[in-house]
Design a protein around this ligand. Structure first.
Ligand SMILES: [Cu+2]
Length: 474
């Protein structure tokens, strides 16, 4: 038997074994064609497998039920996930109200990243993509949680809508993205903003978190494991790059050379660093910067001014992280250990310093911020940090603001994090799942069109640019 035939035989054997072992998982109609018997395989069958594309046999799309009618009445919860494909101009770094600097963005529903859909393993997601009449180009959609090829879905033309349904069978964080116009220009559409995530919670919920510490008893050091309930304060952090010309157009040549102009987290470079509000709170002066890089600094920048992420000490925090970009993300939090890293529904690491995400790879990081302080989550690649991958978490009350905030009447009593006074940025807060601790407040922040920003505000997110100047001086 030559090497090629031998490999095909192996594939065929795996298929037969798989069908035998896991046959009960699939209904008869989902396994197409004749059943295979390894002992009776002959060259003709092997040739048939070859003709079918070999590995094609085990492609999940061969088994997936995608009929929305069938899935809607299957007894599973259905998530109606509606997206619109819209090209808009959005601000780029260096933008100010006085001298607008915009780039040609492409969005799902007027925001970058697109809305997050959150389901529980086994739920059905019905994704409907609408392209408004007048939109310059067709768009597509590829949800990695679906185990379906976007080629089946195809392009949705301006003025039309199209939907597909799937069962979210695997737990984890999954990318979705525009698939271009039947895959053409996909790079431009994705790198201009057409991406987002699906969070699929495990059907039995998340596990409690173990954090390993040590203790000393009578001069002897021993383990002191601390356990935290599965419920956590949750954030989403989505990494990508922008490849822009000075005029704000997509630069494919720069992309091929891996010369990005910006690294973005949730659509903005330096999205989560201090701004004028924080200068005011800490220094009493809007103009006195407290951080090395504050490029989105003015109250006039509204939803685009950078914001900080606030957590409590001794609180279980869960991060949904996705790398949408062309460069690796070496995810690291300066001053912290990643207490647990999960991919899919499998723990990959515990007590690790940095975790690597390749392109189109996601993870869930569970951790506890032990001490009051500021912690920078970075892509530990200096080119990425200096082009935008710096995200500052503030844990507890490291600046001793509580007494001043109480005195000024901003809060009634000391609070365990500034989120109670200022809220957490709306674009970093995912929809709630079964083990979610509700954020005490949310502020309007994100690479949003003004329309999306107003919708967030109407739903209760705080416009800090309006509110902070009205606060009594502290
Ligand atoms: Cu598109």
């Amino acid at each position: 038997m030559n090497k090629r035939i031998s490999m095909l035989f192996t594939i065929a054997a795996v298929v037969v074994m798989g069908a035998t072992l896991f046959g009960s998982t699939y209904t008869q109609t989902q396994i197409a064609g004749q059943s295979l018997d390894a002992s009776k395989l002959d060259a003709g069958v092997l040739e048939q497998i070859h003709q079918m594309g070999g590995l094609e046999l085990v492609m999940p799309s061969a088994f997936a039920e995608t009929d929305c009618k069938v899935l809607s009445s299957s007894g599973r919860k259905v998530h109606d996930f509606k997206l619109t494909g819209e090209s808009v101009d959005l601000p780029m770094l260096g933008h100010s109200a006085d001298s607008p600097k915009m780039y040609k963005a492409m969005t799902f529903s007027g925001q970058i990243p697109g809305p997050t859909v959150r389901a529980t393993q086994g739920d059905v997601i019905k994704m409907t993509l609408t392209i408004p009449a007048g939109e310059a180009t067709a768009h597509g959609n590829d949800m990695h949680a679906s185990q379906m090829s976007s080629a089946n879905f195809g392009a949705v033309q301006p003025g039309t809508s199209k939907a597909y349904c799937y069962i979210a069978e695997s737990a984890g964080t999954f990318k979705y993205h525009c698939s271009g116009v039947d895959l053409a220009a996909m790079d431009q559409h994705v790198l201009s903003g057409m991406y987002g995530i699906a969070i699929v919670d495990p059907v039995n919920g998340y596990k409690k978190l173990m954090v390993e510490k040590t203790k000393v008893d009578a001069g002897k050091v021993s383990m002191d494991r601390k356990f935290y309930d599965a419920n956590a304060l949750e954030f989403q952090l989505q990494y990508n790059q922008l490849y822009l010309t000075g005029g704000g157009f997509y630069d494919q040549k720069a992309m091929f050379q891996h010369h990005n102009s910006h690294t973005v987290v949730n659509g903005l470079p330096f999205a989560y660093v201090p701004n004028g509000v924080h200068n005011l709170l800490l220094k009493g002066d809007m103009g006195e910067n407290i951080f090395v890089a504050q490029p989105w600094n003015g109250l006039d920048l509204k939803q685009y001014q950078s914001q900080l992420l606030y957590v409590e000490n001794n609180q279980h925090v869960r991060l949904f992280v996705e790398n949408h970009g062309n460069e690796p993300v070496f995810f690291h939090i300066v001053g912290e250990i990643l207490d647990r890293v999960t991919q899919g529904n499998r723990v990959q690491s515990a007590a690790t310093e940095t975790w690597l995400l390749g392109g189109s790879q996601g993870m869930i990081v569970d951790l506890v911020f032990d001490e009051p302080g500021t912690y920078a989550a970075v892509n530990h690649d200096y080119a990425a940090i200096y082009t935008g991958a710096a995200t500052v978490f503030v844990a507890g009350d490291p600046f001793g603001l509580n007494p001043r905030l109480v005195e000024a009447g901003v809060i009634a009593a000391p609070v365990p994090s500034y989120a109670y006074a200022l809220g957490n940025p709306s674009d970093a807060v995912p929809p709630a799942g079964m083990n979610t601790i509700k954020h005490p407040a949310v502020n309007v922040h994100g690479m949003y069109t003004d329309k999306v920003a107003s919708e967030k505000q109407a739903k209760g997110a705080i416009p800090l640019w309006d509110v902070v100047p009205t606060l009594p001086p502290i």
